[in-house]
Design a protein. Structure first.
Length: 135
């Protein structure tokens, strides 16, 4: 449907805004995309992608609310079996919780992400090891 296509376009815009260091605009487009990929939507992976972008935007804006969409994204990616995306979400959640002073939660997120990246043979495992070593 055209509504779905427009929601996916909004998600891409949101990602682009983050890439260009415009988290406020990313938040707006991610929220618009989430209107289509609501909680009852059968497109859980697209919902999770929107939540991931939204959480990252909120984190860059300094909002304590950033962890809520990131946790939901982790859970949805886990349910969908999207391991690489789950690992990416865990890294973002670890950074967000660490910035808010929850070192234990950050360590747990990074450890889980490392296990997934290692299992997948993803080279980003080395980046996560560095995050763990820096704690």
């Amino acid at each position: 449907s055209w509504e779905r296509a427009f929601a996916l376009l909004r998600l891409q815009y949101a990602r682009s805004w983050l890439h260009h260091e415009e988290p406020a605009n990313a938040r707006l487009d991610a929220e618009k995309a989430l209107e289509h990929f609501h909680a009852d939507s059968k497109e859980r992976e697209n919902r999770a992608k929107c939540l991931l972008v939204l959480g990252e935007a909120w984190d860059r804006l300094g909002s304590a609310s950033a962890t809520t969409p990131l946790r939901e994204a982790v859970d949805l990616f886990d349910r969908e079996g999207a391991l690489r995306l789950q690992a990416e979400a865990l890294v973002k959640l670890g950074k967000a919780t660490g910035r808010r002073g929850d070192a234990d939660s950050a360590h747990n997120c990074f450890s889980r992400a490392l296990a997934l990246f290692d299992m997948l043979g993803d080279p980003r495992a080395d980046d996560v090891r560095k995050l763990l070593d820096a704690q």
